[in-house]
Design a protein around this ligand. Structure first.
Ligand code: FES
Ligand code: FES
Length: 217
C-alpha cells in the first residue's frame, strides 16, 4: 500500500460487500446515538409529566414565554407549535424562500434555520406583533390598499421584510426595494404590487411623521 493511500480491500471481500454487510450495524448505531441525544433533553417534571427538552424563555412580541423545547429546534417551529403563533409560515426549511421571516432584535431572519437557543435574550417579533395597540401597521394598510396578496402564503414574510426595510430606510428606491425583497419568493408573482405597497407605506409614514401623528411603523 502506497503512503497516504487507504484501501478497503480485505481478503475475499469487495468494498460493496463490506458496505452491505456493515450497513445494518451502522444504521443501528446511528439510531442509538440519536435516541441518546433526544434522551439528553428529556426530564421528568413534577407530577410525572415528561419534559421534552429544556425550559427556555423567549420574548416574543413583547411577551415572555417559558417553553419546554429542545434548544436546537428551529425557532420557526417553536413560534408556531409552542407559542401558537401561526402567522409565520414554513416554505422551504432551508433559508431559501423567506416565508418564515421574523425579526430578531429588529433584523429580519429566516426562523427556519435559527435554533431556538440563539433567540434567548433577544426580542423576537412576528407578524402578529407588528401592530402595537390598535389599528394596522402602515405596511399592512398599504398591502390592503394595493391589494398585494394573491394566495397570501408568502405575505407574512414579505410584510416582515418590508417593515424591516422601512425601519432602516424610510424612503427606499426601486433598487433598494428589489435588493431587500428579491430573496422573499412569491410564487404568485406579486412583486410589482409589493413594490407599490412599500412606496405607499413609506409615503404614509412620512406624511404622518411630518404632521406629528403617531404612525405604526
Ligand atoms: S421556510 Fe425559511 S426560508 Fe423558506
Ligand atoms: S401571494 Fe402567493 S406566494 Fe406570494
Amino acid at each position: 500500500m502506497r503512503a497516504g493511500h487507504f484501501s478497503l480491500k480485505l481478503p475475499g471481500l469487495s468494498a460493496s460487500t463490506i458496505i452491505m454487510t456493515r450497513l445494518p450495524r451502522i444504521l443501528v448505531w446511528s439510531n442509538v446515538l440519536s435516541i441518546n441525544r433526544a434522551a439528553q433533553f428529556r426530564r421528568v417534571l413534577p407530577g410525572g409529566k415528561q419534559r421534552i427538552g429544556k425550559m427556555i424563555n423567549l420574548k416574543i412580541n413583547g411577551e415572555t414565554h417559558e417553553l419546554d423545547v429542545d434548544p436546537t429546534t428551529p425557532l420557526l417551529w417553536v413560534i408556531r407549535e409552542q407559542a401558537g403563533l401561526t402567522g409565520t409560515k414554513f416554505g422551504c426549511g432551508i433559508a431559501q424562500c423567506g416565508a418564515c421571516t421574523v425579526h430578531l432584535d429588529g433584523s429580519p431572519v429566516r426562523s427556519c434555520v435559527v435554533p431556538a437557543q440563539a433567540a434567548v435574550g433577544k426580542d423576537i417579533m412576528t407578524i402578529e406583533g407588528i401592530k402595537p395597540g390598535h389599528g394596522l401597521h402602515a405596511v399592512q394598510q398599504a398591502w390592503i390598499d394595493e391589494q398585494v396578496p394573491q394566495c397570501g402564503y408568502c405575505q407574512s414574510g414579505q410584510i416582515m421584510s418590508a417593515v424591516a426595510l422601512l425601519a432602516a430606510n424610510p424612503s427606499p428606491s426601486d433598487q433598494d426595494i428589489d435588493a431587500a425583497m428579491s430573496g422573499i419568493v412569491c410564487r404568485c408573482g406579486t412583486y410589482p404590487r409589493i413594490r407599490r405597497g412599500i412606496k405607499r407605506a413609506a409615503a404614509a409614514m412620512s406624511n404622518a411623521s411630518n404632521n406629528g401623528e403617531k404612525v405604526n411603523g
